[in-house]
Design a protein around this ligand. Structure first.
Ligand code: NAP
Ligand code: MG
Length: 504
């Protein structure tokens, strides 16, 4: 039995029970230990303490899971005997179960990731439910076409078929939600899934597997392999009988995945990082822009692929915005996500991430950067966890590493600009292209900027909005393909063109 700090919100009894178990792998509708017998701990980043142990899948386990998923896809009822309407109903039932067990999932993600329970309750879980409900409507609407081909007597039509067995590899920043983004469209299109959650946050994925079982999905449609990227992840991406990998995470890992995918030229879709520019013009509603730009970076503790980490402020309002943001940032309550007195943001995910972020902060100072607020690890009652003060850097050049590379923590570089034409070039001068933001009251300028910025999402006078119905993804090294909306279905279907000789 684990003991949690006194100030923690009392755990839901099902969560307590869940943490008291050592978790197995979910394969073909059964719970199996890793063949090696190995397990590894998952840690509460607010305290550095172990929460529980989960199985560590290696290539032998990946092989068993692929066989189970293959059988479910090739021979099972899921795609061969169930109607689209039946699949739709099951996905909707799963959404209902996620909603009904929302408090458990919210607590598991808060414990595992450190983010506030208020956030997992109001964002991560409900957004995941929305996602499953949105895609629950799709199975009956995935249609082909009849094509008026230029050959007499030929009838040509298309059908959209599922890709097959999909390995879905997800990160730790929104554990349940990132899984939902991939699982829901993959299911809607009729695929079978092997989910590999991040080693730091495996718990909600394992609980989700219980809900799949309760919903009544045929065995093997959904499988969960907990484990490490270099073992479980690598085996999945190399596997010859996996048809597709859907990945969210770092560019570096994405490059490994692309290399591994050559084994069978499996399909790969990627949702990667960013160094997203957020541009505030002098004609903006400045108070809104200050609050918006503050949360663009410090929301989820900067651990979002869309974090607004490069802030460009037009010179006449530079000092005012900077001071306003520093005041806002100082008001942000940082603390353990499960504290009774809820914080606004939690710790960073791990010791490695803490060291990485603080390394960038040190480097920022070393190249002459100055902080208007933050810049340190938090001590006192927070010493055991991985807490960093929200940090705003100034006096940083566009070319500095902290202004170019994804930090994935609560650190923003605020830089002035003078020339509204030149700012587009500066904003686009990055290997990334996930998101961009513009704050202005000038409608024509807003449209010009939306057209000129090279990013998969542009937010005007807002930041961070996403919706299950609206496509999301990256230009350049921020990814391949679009998740969400009807675009995500393209990632999980193959188009077949059928020719029938009606004369013959
Ligand atoms: P990561 O290595 O890209 O991890 C993402 C997922 O890929 C995890 O499930 C990971 O497993 C798995 N993985 C790792 N190596 C793999 C391999 N060779 N083959 C297949 N799968 C593999 O990210 P991270 O190490 O957790 O974080 C590092 C940096 O990535 C962050 O600082 C941030 O810059 C970026 N990041 C971006 C996002 C995003 O949403 N775009 C999310 C998370 C991180 P393990 O958990 O075992 O490593
Ligand atoms: Mg953890």
């Amino acid at each position: 039995m684990i003991t949690l700090p006194e100030k923690y919100i009392p755990l839901n009894p099902d969560v307590e029970n869940f943490l008291a178990q050592t978790h197995k792998l979910y394969i073909g509708g059964e719970w199996l230990p890793a063949q090696s017998g190995k397990t590894f701990p998952t840690i509460d980043p607010s305290t550095g303490r172990e929460l529980t142990q989960v199985a560590s899948a290696e290539s032998a386990d990946v092989d068993v899971a692929v066989t189970a998923a293959r059988r479910a896809f090739d021979e099972g009822p899921w795609r061969n005997r169930m109607t689209a309407a039946e699949r739709s109903k099951l996905i909707w039932r799963l959404a209902d179960l996620i909603e009904a067990h929302g408090e458990i999932l919210a607590q598991l993600d808060s414990l595992d990731n450190g983010k506030p329970l208020n956030t997992t309750r109001t964002d991560d879980v409900p957004l995941s439910v929305d996602h499953f409900r949105y895609y629950a409507g799709w199975p009956t609407k995935i249609e082909g076409a009849t094509i008026p081909v230029n050959t007499p007597g030929m009838f040509n039509y298309t059908v959209r078929e599922p890709v097959g067995v999909c390995g879905l590899i997800v990160p730790w920043n929104y554990p349940l939600l990132m899984a939902a983004w991939k699982i829901a469209p993959a299911l809607a299109a009729g695929n079978c899934i092997i989910l590999k959650p991040a080693e730091q946050t495996p718990l909600s994925a394992l609980y989700l597997a219980q809900l799949f079982e309760e919903a009544g999905f045929p065995p093997g449609v959904f499988n969960v392999l907990t484990g490490f990227g270099h073992t479980t992840g690598a085996a999945l991406t190399e596997h010859l009988r996996v048809d597709k990998i859907g990945f969210t995470g770092s560019v570096e890992t994405a490059k490994h995945i692309i290399k591994a995918s050559v084994s069978n030229l499996k399909r790969v879709t990627l949702e990667l990082g960013g160094k997203s520019p957020n541009i505030i013009f002098a004609d903006a509603d400045i108070e809104n822009a200050i609050v918006g730009a503050t949360w663009a970076i410090f929301g989820n503790n900067g651990q979002s692929c869309t974090a607004g980490s490069r802030l460009y402020i037009e010179r006449p309002i530079y000092e005012r915005v900077l001071q306003g943001m520093a005041d806002e940032a100082r008001k942000i309550k940082v603390g353990p996500g499960m504290y009774t007195e809820q914080p606004d943001i939690g710790p960073v995910i791990s010791r490695e991430q803490l060291d990485k972020v603080l390394g960038y902060v040190d480097e920022g100072y070393a190249v002459g950067g100055q902080t208007v607020t933050g810049g340190k690890r938090m001590g006192g009652e927070y010493t055991e966890g991985y807490f960093i003060e929200p940090t705003i850097f100034t006096q940083v050049d566009d070319g500095a590493r902290i202004a170019r590379e994804e930090i994935f923590g609560p650190v923003v570089c605020a830089m002035p600009f003078d020339d509204p034409d030149e700012i587009v070039k500066r904003a686009n001068a990055t290997e990334y292209g996930l998101a961009a933001g513009v704050w202005t009251r000038d409608l024509a300028r807003a449209h010009r900027m939306a057209a000129a910025l090279q990013a998969g999402t542009v937010w005007i006078n807002t930041w961070g909005d996403t919706d299950a119905a609206s496509p999301f993804g990256g230009y350049k090294q921020s990814g391949h393909g679009r998740e969400m909306g009807k675009e995500a279905l393209d990632l999980y279907t193959e188009v077949k063109s059928v020719w029938i000789n009606t004369d013959g």
